[in-house]
Structures are given as structure tokens and as C-alpha cells.
Write a protein that binds this ligand. Structure first.
Ligand SMILES: Cc1cc2nc3c(=O)[nH]c(=O)nc-3n(C[C@H](O)[C@H](O)[C@H](O)COP(=O)(O)O)c2cc1C
Length: 203
């Protein structure tokens, strides 16, 4: 596997998978620079996404890359959202700037089918989340930093039309690049109470 070794805390090649997994943290686009993953590395991350549990083989997600050359078109869509939301000129400019975040940008779409009794919508969403997590973890294992960003703009009709086929929802955008600082937790993980033994209810 082609791995990428940034200066900031690259994962040792002989890391146990679990050690590597426990060190994943999101990093914001302001803390990332080029290069981002190349096409082969992105394809590998997609393979990892496909390894997520997937009830009924529905695979209710897909993604598209937004190239460098396409960022101005994305900025126009972000601007449209900002103007329709009544934002100030300053905030419109901030929203436009967000389209240029991340050396590599990948939009995620979900396609939730409400008519499948065996795989209800919540299970399909879990499949989407699992795939997205695997995608993020694979990027981390390859030495890249990434962050999922969404916001209300993902429901704006202009963005939905630009990214989604009929029946799809825009989940968000994954910004990916080389981290310029060590990955840090926003707060310590607290696992207390998340795993308990089941108490059989009295009947
Ligand atoms: C679908 C989805 C959308 C998200 N959208 C945003 C967002 O718009 N803005 C934001 O600050 N964080 C957003 N987050 C959270 C961050 O991507 C990140 O997970 C969070 O900051 C926690 O950091 P960690 O991943 O290191 O635990 C989103 C997460 C998910 C799963």
C-alpha cells in the first residue's frame, strides 16, 4: 500500500490497526496543505468504505470529487446558499472561501429507500455512516488528515440539484490533505456507561 508520511505524527508502518484507529482525529482544512490523496489512494479509501456493514447489499451511498478547477463553481453555489439565507456580504465571502477548503474535496451522497421493509431507513443510514467512517479511517491510515463538513447548505436546492440524483441527499463534504499539525482530540473520549450488561426486565 502506498502510504503518505507527513511530518506531523505519521502512523508507524508497523502499527497495529487498532492503535492506528484509536489515533484518528479530524483536522480542519485550515490545518491541511497539499498533497491530498492521489486517485489510487482515493480508490483504496473507497474500497475501505465498501468493507463497512451493508444490510441487503444496498450500498446506499456514493461520492464525487470536486477538482481544483471546479472550486469556483462550488463557490457560486455556496454563495447562492448564503444570499438565500440572508447572510451579510462578509459572511457571503466566508461561505465562498469554504469552497476552496482542502487540497482534495469529496462530496458524499446518500440514497435512502423508504420502501424496503427488511432494511428500514435507519439501517441504511447506519450503512452510510459506517462507509463514511471507513473512508475516513483509511485516509488516516494512509497519513492524510480529513474532516467532514456539512451545514444547512447541504439541504439548499441549488446544491442538492448540483450533486444529487433524484432520491439522493447531500451528506457533506470531506476535506482531505496533509496535516500541518499533530492530530488532537477535541476532548478526551469518555466510554463510561456506553457498554453495559443487559438487565432482563421483570415480567
Ligand atoms: C455527517 C457529518 C457532518 C458534519 N458536519 C460538520 C460541520 O458542518 N461542521 C463541523 O464543524 N463539524 C462537522 N462534523 C463533525 C466533524 O467532522 C468531526 O467529526 C468533529 O469535529 C469531531 O472530531 P473527531 O472526528 O476528531 O472526533 C460533521 C460530522 C459528520 C459525521
Amino acid at each position: 500500500m502506498q502510504t503518505h508520511t507527513p511530518d506531523t505524527g505519521a502512523i508507524p508502518a508497523d502499527s497495529m490497526p487498532l492503535t492506528a484507529l484509536l489515533s484518528r482525529h479530524s483536522i480542519g482544512p485550515r490545518w491541511m496543505v497539499a498533497p491530498g490523496p492521489d486517485d489510487d489512494q482515493l480508490a483504496l479509501a473507497v474500497q475501505a468504505a465498501l468493507r463497512a456493514p451493508n444490510h441487503g447489499r444496498m450500498r446506499p451511498w456514493r461520492m464525487v470529487t470536486v477538482s481544483e478547477a471546479q472550486r469556483p463553481a462550488l463557490a457560486d453555489l455556496f454563495e447562492q446558499f448564503a444570499r438565500d439565507s440572508g447572510k451579510s456580504e462578509e459572511d457571503v465571502a466566508i461561505e465562498r472561501e469554504r469552497a476552496f477548503n482542502g487540497p482534495v474535496l469529496v462530496a458524499w451522497m446518500a440514497r435512502i429507500d423508504t420502501g424496503v421493509a427488511k432494511v428500514p431507513p435507519h439501517e441504511q443510514w447506519i450503512c452510510v455512516g459506517g462507509a463514511l467512517s471507513n473512508f475516513m479511517n483509511a485516509l488516516h491510515f494512509m497519513g492524510y488528515g480529513a474532516k467532514i463538513l456539512s451545514g444547512r447548505k447541504c439541504q439548499h436546492p441549488a446544491l442538492v440539484e448540483a450533486f444529487c440524483a433524484p432520491g439522493e441527499q447531500l451528506v457533506g463534504f470531506v476535506c482531505i490533505g496533509t496535516p500541518t499539525r499533530a492530530l488532537e482530540p477535541r476532548e478526551p473520549d469518555e466510554a463510561t456507561g456506553l457498554l453495559q450488561a443487559w438487565s432482563v426486565p421483570a415480567r
